[in-house]
Structures are given as C-alpha cells and as structure tokens.
Design a protein around this ligand. Structure first.
Ligand SMILES: Cc1ncc(COP(=O)(O)O)c(C=O)c1O
Length: 447
C-alpha cells in the first residue's frame, strides 16, 4: 500500500469539469435585482471579464484550461492523495480514509486553483487592477500570488476580525505586492455607511464583498474577483476532484463517502462534483458538506433568491442563505462565515445528493488536533470542520469497511492564534439563534 498517491506533471487534468448540464433539477439563473429577470453577461461585464462570464454560463461539460494557467498550477499541482492510516488506527475504524492535500499550494490552501485562472482571464482582457474580499485571508493571499504573477495590482478588503486575528496573512498578501484594507473601511460608501450603522463590528464577508464590488465599479481599469460561490470558481476547483478520481483509481478503492467543509462551497464542490455523475449512474456515494453550527447556511437557512453581499449590489443568486444581513459571530473559521452557499452546492442539497452536516467549533478543533497528532499536518480551522465530519462518519459504524475521501482544504500554520484560544478554553460552541436567522431571512428580496 502506498501512503501517498502522486500523479506526474503530465497527468494533470487539462480541462475543468462543469456539473451544471448534469444537475437533475437544473440550476435557476441569476436574476437582475431591478427587473427580476435572468441577468445577461452585458450587465456583469462591468465587474467580471468576458472569459469568466462565458464559463459562468457555459452549457459545456468540459472547459479547456489555458496553458498559461496550467504552467502556474504546475508549481504545486497535481497535489498528493494521502491515505490517513495513522488517523484510521487512532480511530479504531475499519474505514479507509483518504485526503486530497490542497495545503501544499504556495499559500497553503485550495484557493489559488481559481485565483490563477481569474487573474489570467482578467489580464488577457486588459484589466490592470483587481479587487476582492477575504475572510480568513486564504483567498486574499491566493489572489495576491496570482495577480503578482500576471502583473496586476490587487486590493484586498479583509474582514476586520480576521485582519486583527491573522496579521501574518496580511504580511503574505503584502509580500506579493497587494494592498490590504480592513473591512468595513472608510474607503467606500458602503464601508462608511456600515461603520456609521454598526459601529465597532467584526465585519462580514457580505460587507467586504460590497466594498470590493464598489471599488471595482467605480474604477475603469479595475474588475472584481470572488473566491467562492460562483459557478466559474467551482469549475476551477474541479481540478481537485478530477485528480482525485485518477488517484483513487490507482488505489483500487472508490469513495463511499466524500466530505468537505463548506464556506461558499468551492473546495467541497471541487472535490465532490466530478464524482456526482458516478452517483447518478448508480454508484452509492454519500456527499457530506460540513458547516459550522454558528453559520448554518444549509442546515438552518432557506433556499431562495438572495443578494451575495450586504449592500445588495450583486445579482440575485438562488441559493441556501441566512439572509444577506446576517453577520455571523467571530468564530475562528473565518472562511466559513458566509451567509450564502454556492448555487451549484445548493442545487445538490435540494436534489438530496449532498447531505449537509452541522458541527460545533470545539469538536472541530479537537478533530484538527487529533489529525495533527496522527498525520502530522496542522489543519486550517475551516479544514477542521471536514475532519470532524470524517471522524463522525468513520466512527458511527467503526466495523463498516467503507472508503472515505475528504478535502484537506488548507493547513493552519498561520492560524495558530485560533489554536491558542482553543487551548486556553476561550472558544465556545455557539449555535446561531433560530429567531435571529428568521429575522435575517425576513429581509430576503421578494421574487
Ligand atoms: C482553508 C479553507 N478551507 C475552506 C474554505 C471555505 O471556502 P470554500 O467553501 O469556498 O471552499 C476557506 C475559505 O477561506 C479556506 O481558507
């Protein structure tokens, strides 16, 4: 048995996979918030390049990956598939546990898979400057890496609580030449309005997205990049699952259970969706999307049209949502604090292909520590949610000989402040109150 299953550089997938044509219930289109009619690419072209809008709406199952993108992905891809034998032994389970290690990228997570592609298409269309938001700082780091490679300027609106908790993420972005602004900021109308309204707020991804969008919409040479949620981001992340399929075939095993943590849904979907056609063809696969109890988008939210941002500037997306006003508590998995869920993952939950699972944060950190002690790698707090989900799956019926595959979405070496709080007993489990969710959901736009 090989501990690590690796692919040669020339075995890297050369196309991304688009699950949309295969979704049993289809995908509801994004709507123009003014007319409530499906929105066309021309309206979105102010903030996104055409190359990405074509992918967003593509009817094709496969999309070629440009050579310039492959060249950069090749710095760390293909990523290893690893059998977590030591974790299996510690759990006393008959389950085989495999993980796809996305923590080996230069910035430590899966995020550059899409950042590189997004920077490439913007550069190709003459864009000079990109704006974005970041929660945990992983996406901001990834886009900073990618914009630097393609010679673009980058401005990152970083959710204030993460800006304060993760100073080294900021240093990483600055190393690649990006400018990092804590959000809400005084630099945009939205930021100023939110500071007036909310005072000393931890911020949220919804607000940071509004700020980055406003910045892009008010500068001619600037476009906006989103690190999750949208279809094209999910497509870019499918390189994870496409590699994993080749690697699983080399082991002779096939996953019975696939687990990933869900913020906006991109790393989970990236691993999972290439396996969905197998499921639709009759293979039994349980797809588990792990989300925090404090931001229970799929398990506590509702499937509806909603804005992707707080200032209500995005098109309306049909997704599981806690309402665009929702400001989750400052839990340490900053990358999971988003009110919505990718429309693709939302459709898979609606079609009962994906089972969402809600996890409290102390269980997740305990799982992360166990993983570090057994497999040696310290997981990002977001990734701890996937590991906690895996542990639940592997120990529910420990005698069951099943194969579990999960996405190790990132390492936690820059997240040790969160671990310190966990060791100090300062992290507590928090379930977002149902009344607060109901209040936020009451503010959904009527469609
Ligand atoms: C390491 C890591 N995992 C997971 C996520 C969640 O994002 P998504 O659901 O889009 O994969 C993030 C987001 O910042 C992250 O940094």
């Amino acid at each position: 048995m090989n501990k690590k299953i690796v692919l040669r550089d020339d075995e890297i997938p050369r196309q991304w996979f688009n699950i949309i044509p295969d979704l049993p219930g289809g995908l509801a289109p994004p709507l123009d918030p003014e007319t409530k009619e499906p929105i066309g690419p021309e309206k979105l072209a102010a903030v996104f390049p055409m190359g990405l809008l074509e992918q967003e709406m593509s009817p094709h199952r496969y999309i070629d990956i440009p050579d310039e993108v492959l060249d950069l992905l090749m710095i760390w891809r293909p990523t290893p598939l690893v059998r977590a034998t030591n974790l299996e032994a510690a759990l006393k389970t008959k389950a085989k546990i495999y993980f796809k290690n996305e923590g080996v990228s230069p910035v430590g997570s899966h995020k550059p898979n899409s950042a590189v592609a997004q920077a490439y298409y913007n550069k190709r269309e003459g864009v000079k400057r990109l704006t974005t938001e970041t929660g945990a700082g992983q996406w901001g780091s990834a886009l900073s890496l990618a914009t630097n490679k393609f010679g673009l300027q980058c401005v990152v609106y970083m959710v204030k609580i993460s800006f304060e908790q993760k100073p080294y993420r900021k240093s990483i972005m600055q190393t690649y030449g990006a400018r990092v602004v804590p959000s809400p900021s005084l630099e945009t109308n939205t930021g100023r309005m939110m500071l007036d309204k909310l005072g000393d707020t931890p911020g949220s991804l919804g607000i940071a997205i509004s700020e980055a969008l406003e910045d892009a919409a008010t500068h001619d040479d600037t476009k906006y990049a989103l690190g999750s949620v949208l279809n094209h981001v999910v497509h870019h992340q499918t390189i994870i699952g496409l590699e994993a399929k080749k690697q699983m075939a080399m082991t002779g095993d096939f996953p019975d259970v696939i687990v990933g943590c869900c913020g906006g849904g991109s790393n989970f979907a990236g691993l999972a969706v290439p396996f969905v056609p197998d499921h639709l063809d009759g293979k039994t696969i349980r797809f588990v999307g792990a989300e925090p109890a404090s931001c229970p988008t799929m398990t506590g939210g509702t499937l509806a049209y909603d804005f992707g941002d707080t200032a209500q500037t995005t098109p309306l997306l049909y997704m599981y949502t806690l309402g665009h006003d929702f400001i989750p508590p400052g839990i340490h998995a900053g990358g999971l604090r988003y009110h919505g869920m990718s429309p693709i993952v939302s459709a898979l939950v609606r079609d009962k292909i994906v089972d969402p699972m809600q996890l409290p944060q102390t269980e997740c950190f305990a799982a992360g520590v166990m993983f570090a002690k057994t497999e040696g790698i310290i997981p990002a707090p977001e990734t701890c949610h996937a590991i906690a989900g895996v542990i639940r799956e592997a120990t529910r019926e420990p005698e069951k000989p099943q194969t579990i595959l999960f996405n190790f979405s990132g390492h936690g070496l820059i997240d040790m402040a969160s671990y310190d709080k966990y060791y100090a007993g300062e992290l507590f489990d928090y379930e977002y109150p149902a009344e607060a969710i109901a209040k936020s959901i009451a503010g959904l736009p009527s469609v």
